[in-house]
Design a binder for this molecule. Structure first.
Ligand code: ADP
Ligand code: MG
Length: 574
């Protein structure tokens, strides 16, 4: 039962709306039930020649009144009940989004974002359906279904018992078919997204497809998915195509029984002609609640299963979070120290990092070199706790970073990741990145330091240029410089740069490096690169191989050692 607690707050918070909506729904049901009664009165009056113009007009007005009220209340219940289910959906979706954001990188290494999203989307839809249409189906099944049967029984119990049997069969058919339809529908949705994804991928790689003249193969691959999509849709059409005739058959079977048995009873004057017609009207009303009952079972089952899954997801605790004794840290000095640090990614057995010992005083620059895969990025990621070290400790200002509040730790670090990531939005938004009260001069200064400012002039809208999804309209180097400007503007005492000039030309790289050097003294800077020129100015350089530090020193002392660093330096000098 515990997962049902998830929706309780939304129901409680909107209790009035929920009750009001259900009340309107029940009113609609009862208005629908009155109509056969009015028909009965009219027919009985007509068949006994008692109805004059006035009476008939009154009956007509009653029916019209009912119809108008049904329309009005139906509008209100839809708005309140379906609206409520949308609110529940919104609340759960936001809660889930916020929660997933708190999870650690290691979780995202293990879980595919696409799968996570697909599940969350479907599960949340199931919950919305169960709480929205579920309530409607439940109310209709109980009130409309129950009352129709009672009214029919009131007219004639034997006749009611005879028609109930084929009608209850509707519950089972509806359950069977709606279950199948839903499964197929989900499958179709997935195939549809495969199809759009295939088209999107092919169009974004269109230059390569053209260069290798692979248009035909691409079209064939697309056609395969497209055919699959059609096939599944046809299956759905088949299911729906057999569901509705089945419904019609069952309700007509009941109708046949009423015509035969009820007709006889009318002739024998057991029931009046008005009762006979009213009975038929109730029978027609009964179809929907019976179907609703079958559908309801599926809705509830799916909703429950989805609630359980969402509940499980919400129970995943982030690996990296504040420890109970976590201390606050306002603005750090920026002394960083690694003591015997070990680390391995959870999905591998080998150590990605072992025996790391580093000491950096505040205001100093540490350079990290090493071939690709040697562990530079991993090392940098350990400092803001993107991943947690598996052994040893990392200290900031002498405090173990695991004992500092995560938010405070990260606030003290400006980070430029190896792959600069831009969000859809303007360049300005990407640089400011949610910081408050940033004045124009600070923004311009950061852009200049990142050697990005002159590029702004070339772009039509300058800082207001919209970069598109992941920054598609910018070159790799421009994206990298936007990421740099973001870090410079962030102005934290520790600046971590993962290969920050890998995608810019040498001249620009030199300007950026000069600007980075100017920050020494006021900031602790750690800069990783496999290019010597991007680190040779550092106060200390470590060179890494297979997750270990193989040598360290200043540029000059490393050259003297005539080791790995020297070899690479000679190679890159040319
Ligand atoms: P560098 O930045 O020096 O190129 P990395 O720190 O990116 O090196 O990688 C170091 C090692 O860790 C490599 O062997 C790489 O395959 C592995 N690695 C990096 N990221 C992950 C990850 N998320 N999961 C598992 N292994 C990883
Ligand atoms: Mg790297």
């Amino acid at each position: 039962m515990s997962s049902v607690k998830l929706i309780a707050p939304y129901l409680k918070g909107n209790l009035f709306v929920a009750i009001f909506g259900m009340l309107c729904l029940i009113i609609v049901d009862f208005l629908q039930l009155i109509i056969p009664r009015i028909i009965k009165w009219a027919i009985d009056d007509i068949s006994t020649f008692q109805a004059g113009t006035k009476e008939l007009l009154i009956y007509a007005l009653y029916i019209t009144g009912c119809a108008v009220l049904i329309g009005l209340f139906r509008y209100i219940w839809r708005l309140s009940l379906i609206g409520l289910s949308r609110k529940i959906e919104e609340g759960l979706r936001n809660r889930l989004f916020f929660h997933i954001q708190t999870l650690s990188s290691s979780y995202f290494d293990k879980t595919k974002t696409g799968n996570l999203m697909a599940h969350a989307t479907n599960d949340i839809m199931n919950i919305r359906m169960a709480t929205g249409m579920g309530i409607v189906a439940l109310t209709d099944a109980v009130t409309l279904g129950g009352a129709s049967i009672i009214f029919m029984g009131y007219i004639n119990i034997r006749l009611t018992l005879m028609v109930i049997f084929p009608m209850t069969a509707l519950i089972f058919f509806s359950r069977f078919f709606t279950k199948k339809m839903h499964a197929l529908y989900m499958d179709i949705q997935k195939t549809f997204s495969d199809m759009t994804e295939s088209a999107r991928e092919k169009f974004s790689g269109i230059r390569i497809i053209k260069a290798y003249t692979r248009e035909k193969e691409a079209a064939l691959q697309f056609d395969l998915i497209s055919k699959n999509y059609v096939k599944k849709n046809i299956s759905l059409v088949k299911i729906i195509g057999s569901f509705f005739p089945m419904l019609v058959l069952l309700s007509n079977l009941s109708l046949a029984i009423v015509l035969y048995v009820g007709g006889k009873k009318t002739m024998q004057m057991d029931i009046t002609p008005g009762d006979f017609v009213a009975f038929i009207s109730y029978l027609a009303l009964l179809s929907w609640p019976m179907m609703a009952a079958g559908w309801l079972i599926n809705l509830i089952q799916r909703g429950r299963a989805s609630l359980d899954r969402i509940d499980d997801l919400l129970r995943v605790t982030p690996e990296i979070k504040d420890s109970p004794q976590a201390v606050s840290l306002n603005r750090a000095m920026g002394d960083i120290c690694f003591k015997n640090v070990l680390f391995s990614y959870s999905n591998t057995r080998e150590f990605a990092m072992s025996d790391i010992n580093i000491k950096i005083k505040h205001g100093k620059i540490l350079g990290v070199v090493g071939p690709p895969g040697s562990g530079k990025t991993t090392l940098l990621n350990l400092i803001p706790r993107i991943y947690d070290a598996g052994g040893g400790e990392i200290l900031l200002d002498g405090i173990d970073i695991k004992r500092i509040k995560v938010k405070d730790l990260r606030k003290n670090i400006s980070f430029v990741p190896q792959e600069p990531f831009l969000f859809a939005g303007t360049i300005r938004e990407n640089i400011i990145f949610g910081q408050k009260n940033i004045d124009e001069s600070a923004l311009v200064k950061a852009a200049k330091e990142a050697s990005l400012y002159d590029d702004m002039a070339a772009l039509k809208n300058g800082f207001e240029t919209i970069v598109g999804e992941k920054g598609v309209i910018l070159s790799g180097g421009q994206k990298q410089r936007v990421a740099l400007a973001r870090a410079f503007l962030h102005d934290a005492p520790v600046l971590i740069l993962d290969d920050p000039v890998s995608q810019v030309d040498l001249k620009t790289a030199n300007i950026i490096i000069e600007n980075i050097m100017k920050k020494s003294g006021e900031k602790t800077i750690i800069i990783a690169s496999h290019r010597i020129y991007a680190v040779n100015f550092a106060d200390e350089i470590i060179s890494m191989e297979d997750g270990r530090i193989i040598e360290s020193g200043t540029h000059l002392s490393l050259i003297e050692k005539n080791n790995y660093y020297t070899t690479v330096f000679r190679l890159q000098e040319i």
